[in-house]
Design a protein around this ligand. Structure first.
Ligand code: FES
Length: 124
């Protein structure tokens, strides 16, 4: 797919170090209508586990990793989802062991967890 805009640079052009080395956003969106959403797949538990594991491992905060909540990320069909920046890597997780693997492999060591990747064509 082509985009009408150039890809974002991974680092600020100024050469300034990013405030956080990595940022992971967890969709916690809930829909009262009963439609599928990440909240209906216990996304809160995934978020809580990730935050707790990153803190316990000692790499939470400026210059390291930030774990954030998000509203709908528009990839609901793969839910529950989380995305890691600056790489822009999308994950779909099933259980807390998946979260532990994302923390240890990607957030701590920069290695993408291939088995949990969201397929490129999965959207809402
Ligand atoms: S509800 Fe989670 S990506 Fe849309």
């Amino acid at each position: 797919m082509t985009t009408p805009y150039p890809p974002a640079p991974e680092r600020p052009a100024s050469g300034q170090k990013p405030y956080f080395e990595r940022h992971i956003f967890f969709c916690l969106n809930a829909r009262a209508s009963g439609e599928e959403c990440c909240a209906s797949h216990d996304a809160q538990a995934g978020f809580d586990r990730c935050k707790q594991q990153v803190k316990a491992a000692g790499f939470s905060g400026p210059g390291q990793v930030r774990v954030n909540k998000s509203g709908c990320l528009d990839r609901c069909a793969a839910g529950p989802v989380a995305v890691v920046y600056p790489e822009g890597v999308w994950y779909s997780y099933v259980d807390l062991q998946d979260i532990d693997e994302i923390v240890e492999s990607h957030l701590k060591n920069g290695q993408v967890v291939q088995r949990l990747l969201v397929a490129a064509d999965v959207g809402r």
